[in-house]
Design a protein around this ligand. Structure first.
Ligand code: SAM
Length: 265
């Protein structure tokens, strides 16, 4: 077995635990979607995925690309695996989607850009399922429910954009080489394919949560006048003392719609 020095700057922690690899494969949805993997690394997950589905894998590290090319020479030749050497976020800037056709994103993500990747996957119209390993705290933010202390802009986006979202299971540091300092979780999201993510809604939510423990009305002063906030609260029957994590995603959508219309008046 090759010994490759993991590069910290690329968030490299290679998943070695075969039980966890099997559990990820078992959580793959039973559908005809294509698969996209981000960060195949040494190819342990890729090897399992390619047994079931054709896939494209995006990897930034030149050294790993050459290892993967020789490891998967047959699958690449047969057209079962497409290997793309690039920073996936740059790829997403150049093209709207990572695959021309419905796909599921299945990956053990580099933690330093995991949140951005999930947000980009929400924007990618062809991505239906997001099944990714992220830091446990990040997974909890995406799946928190209204009034939970972790309920945030990420939870609201997930709630408004998906039909199902949950943490499937946790993964301990010992499952990786080298072991990370944190616990990981497998995050599962099934997107609502009729919805599209509005970046302005994301910006509005960020403003609402800028000081998460303060009153929502205080945070709203960066986007609305005090007078407009009172009107909005009256119209939507919102309590003056409410904190950002106590407001439901549907109420945030209604607020945002009114804020946009108010500006257009
Ligand atoms: N999938 C492998 C596994 O499960 O063992 C490796 C996972 S490791 C946590 C993250 C992988 O993402 C590494 O291979 C790393 O080089 C790659 N990576 C980091 N930043 C990336 C980027 N911007 N675009 C594409 N791949 C990236």
């Amino acid at each position: 077995m090759e010994k490759v020095k993991a590069k910290k700057q690329y968030g490299q922690n290679f998943l070695k635990d075969t039980t966890i690899l099997d559990k990820i494969i078992q959580s793959m949805p039973n559908n005809n979607n294509y698969v996209v993997e981000i960060g195949p690394g040494l190819g342990d997950l890729t090897k399992n995925l390619v047994k079931y589905k054709d896939l494209t894998a995006y990897e930034v590290d030149t050294d790993l690309i050459s290892i993967l090319k020789s490891k998967f020479a047959i699958q690449i030749e047969e057209g079962k695996l497409k290997l793309i050497h690039t920073d996936v976020l740059v790829a997403w800037e150049k093209q709207e989607t990572l695959h021309d056709g419905k796909y599921d994103l299945i990956a053990n993500l580099p933690y330093y850009i995991a949140t951005n990747i999930v947000l980009r996957a929400f924007e990618d119209r062809n991505c239906e399922h997001i099944i990714v390993m992220v830091q446990k705290e990040v997974a909890e933010k995406f799946t928190a429910k209204v009034t939970d202390k972790d309920y945030s802009s990420l939870s609201i986006i997930t709630e408004s954009m998906s039909v199902d979202s949950r943490i499937l299971f946790d993964v301990p540091p010992e499952s990786f080489d080298p072991p990370p300092k944190i616990i990981s979780s497998i995050l599962y999201i099934k997107k609502d394919m009729n919805k599209s993510l509005d970046r302005n809604f994301n910006k509005f939510l960020k403003a609402c949560f800028v000081q998460p423990r303060k009153k929502l009305s205080k945070n709203l002063t960066s986007v609305l006048s005090k007078e407009n906030i009172s009107e909005l609260y009256k119209e939507l029957n919102i309590n003056d003392n409410v904190r950002p994590h106590e407001v439901s995603s549907s109420l945030y959508s209604q607020m945002h719609t009114r804020v946009i219309h108010g500006r257009n008046k």
